[in-house]
Design a protein around this ligand. Sequence first.
Ligand SMILES: [Zn+2]
Length: 63
Amino acid sequence: MAVLVRDLLEVLIVLAVGAMLVTVVRRLAAGELRVYRCSACARPTSRGYPRCRHCGSEQPDAL
Ligand SMILES: [Zn+2]
């Protein structure tokens, strides 16, 4: 019985990890692959910041 419970837990953990991976992959595929690029140096940066991480220039459409 204990072995059965352990196996069930293992399956649940695998399912949980699998679901997490699917969520991450879906999110990546859904839009976060569209990398925002700096208007000055064209390197990928984050729109969450008003300035480029690389060259420090201000981003016109920063969030
Ligand atoms: Zn830049």
